[in-house]
Design a protein around this ligand. Structure first.
Ligand SMILES: [Zn+2]
Length: 346
């Protein structure tokens, strides 16, 4: 099979997309209460209904949800909150639609949290294994290794390039080799192409799932340059090459986030990039909710401190009073002793 890969760019057909979003918001409004209560009950039905409301024009989007969390964490104020995660399906071309949809949802349903990209948090545990029922295979975490390198694009943005290596017993089932023709632009009015054999995931997305688990959809969509998948015995792998476990990908992507100088929400640590930033006293928040909650927590802390100070004052006063009483008692004793002494002397 021969594939031709173009540097494709799909522009958002604004009018069509906007009316599709209108349609979706309208339907979502009708079912909002029941969808929310299903999700709060941990019932998958809520998400099934929600995703079925997405019209064909929005099939480039998928929605996930989490309940009683803020940025996937069970923290002060997260009880009763439903978080919706709007995914562009790891495709840069869908980011504009995702942004618009989230903007509208945030406006229309202020009691829920709407976040861009699939749910991800650096505290998320690593997947131990992934079972693919149709392929009748379970791929363990250590069946996949990687080698990473950081490069910079023409806008000086750092990108992580990843070579994935799959251990032998799993390659035959999850990988397939195809001839790919690359379009390298035009030269003297004739198309320049090159071709080579490339490994793909065969009717599964096990490698993608491991990558999503390791670095999240935001990073996978925005900070990864290229991903090349190879079986561990591929000829192009030079002897002595070192491949590390996927957990190290998180550390490498954190280096990129540092170089991007990202700010994180002062309350839930969400990346600012996912929401418009509000800057209060040099602090950044991902949402009004986080700003309000952070202020509440701070007020509570101040109150607790004030109460502590008051308690200490009361204790000090008590100690002082006791000292004064003791001194008075001692004085009386001394006086009595003096009187007794005088009496004996007489
Ligand atoms: Zn936040």
């Amino acid at each position: 099979m021969i594939y031709t890969i173009y540097k494709a760019k799909v522009y958002m057909n604004t009018e069509k997309t906007l009316s599709a979003i209108d349609l979706f918001i309208n339907d979502f409004e009708k079912y909002y209460e029941s969808i929310n209560s299903y999700i709060l009950d941990g019932n998958i039905k809520g998400l099934v209904i929600l995703n079925s409301l997405l019209p064909n024009e929005l099939s480039c989007i998928e929605i996930e949800a989490s309940h009683n969390t803020i940025n996937l964490m069970n923290i002060e104020g997260s009880n009763g909150i439903v978080e919706y995660f709007i995914s562009p399906k790891t495709n840069k071309d869908n980011i504009a639609v995702m942004d618009e949809l989230r903007c509208r949802c945030t406006k229309e349903f202020p009691n829920s949290r709407f976040m861009n990209y699939r749910a991800f948090n650096y505290n998320m545990p690593f997947l131990k294994e992934i079972e693919h029922k149709a392929l009748k295979i379970t791929v363990p975490y250590d069946a996949i290794g990687y080698q990473g390198s950081i490069s910079y694009n023409d806008k000086c943005k750092p990108l992580l390039n990843i070579i994935i290596v799959v251990k032998k017993p799993y390659c035959d089932k999850i990988l397939i080799k195809k001839r790919v023709v690359f379009n390298n632009g035009e030269d003297n009015n004739s198309k320049k192409t090159s071709e080579r054999m490339v490994w793909f995931q065969n009717k599964n997305n096990i490698v993608d799932l491991y990558l999503l688990n390791a670095i999240g959809e935001y990073n996978l969509t925005n900070h990864v340059g290229y991903i090349e998948i190879l079986p561990e015995d591929a000829e192009v792998i030079v002897d002595g090459s070192v491949f590390t476990e996927l957990a190290d990908l998180r550390n490498e992507i954190k280096i990129i986030e540092k170089r991007m100088n990202y700010k994180y929400c002062a309350y839930c640590q969400a990346l600012d990039i996912v929401m418009p930033i509000n800057k209060y006293e040099n602090k950044y928040y991902c949402s009004d909710l986080c700003n309000t909650l952070d202020n509440q927590v701070q007020e509570q802390e101040v109150q607790v401190q004030e109460e502590q100070v008051q308690e200490e004052q009361v204790q000090q006063e008590q100690v002082q009073q006791e000292q004064v009483q003791e001194e008075q008692v001692q004085e009386v004793q001394v006086q009595q002793e003096q009187v007794q002494e005088e009496q004996t002397n007489q």
